[in-house]
Design a protein around this ligand. Sequence first.
Ligand code: NAD
Length: 342
Amino acid sequence: MKIAMFDTHGYDEQSFRAIADEYWHEISYFKPRLMHDTAVLAHGHEVVCPFVNDRLDARVLRDIYDGGTRLVALRSAGYNNVDLEAAADLGITVARVPEYSPHAVAEHAVALVLALDRKIYRSWARVRDWNFSLDGLVGFDLHGKTVGIVGTGRIGQTAARIFHGFGCRVLAYDLRPDPGLIAEIGARYVNAQDLFRESDVISLHIPLTPSTHHMIDAEALATMKPGVFLINTGRGALIDSRALIEALKRGHVGAAGLDVYEEEEGVFFKDLSDRVLQDDVLARLLTFPNVLVTAHQAFLTKEALANIARVTLENVTAFERGEALRTEVRAELVLPTGAQAH
Ligand code: NAD
């Protein structure tokens, strides 16, 4: 089948080309993000392969449908950027890569905690300037601390196990608590308020839905322990960034590790080093010495990229053969729990 891949980077192309011979699909690698202005690139392709910052709203879906697209094969786990109801109305099938490496994302969340706690990025910069002083670099032992995992699906559970390995006490919050996690590492499920109140480190691993949008707002931040470390590798809009800035200015939040940002679309994945950053909220976040921002790279490991390529091409192959797609995302499957994307 003809596949139009959007927001393509060198690492995407490399991982797909590495296994392309095993499949007969023809891939067009497009650098632009998919949006109304670029949808024309997809014309003549039965499959569109977007990533997290491509926008598949009703208008774009109509555009690509008119151009012959019948399958949206997301090369991501999250699907909050797709209007699933509009896709269903048009008869476009949407598939994703539900699990490519929970380790990649969970390990990145832990890396953010360690880098912030032990101030690795600050010492790296200092030592390069031959400043070998230790003032201002005092961290804390992770051992014995309470870590709150918000969302104990694939990634959250993996993160919980790693923190458990460090000797942390794990609190968990999820709509569907998993008894297995309680038995395995002694995690204690609590409500969100108790998790916020008791945790030294909070790591977000829930999807972005209408009910989780700005889940971490001024009110939630105020209930957190002073000095709390807040880590977000989920989706940017789980956190109200302006409220976070206020909490950081007050010193209430001890550190923030952000792999995602609510307005990352059009900024992340791009080299803007010769431009003036137009997003004042992001610019302010980047001024804090206790905020570490990475540009949505938690997924970026060799293993994850290889799995993304493989599952995406399997999705396309199954669709071509008329087989049921195990990875299909449908509006009616997610709407009742409030898990529809927006
Ligand atoms: P998953 O579906 O396995 O787990 C999500 C968990 O969240 C489930 O246990 C579900 O019950 C729970 N949940 C959903 N809505 C909830 C709510 N309102 N309140 C409490 N719990 C709720 O997903 P996953 O594979 O673990 O991924 C988690 C998220 O991580 C994804 O949705 C995606 O947005 C994000 N992600 C980020 C990256 C990255 O590179 N930064 C990569 C992959 C995934």
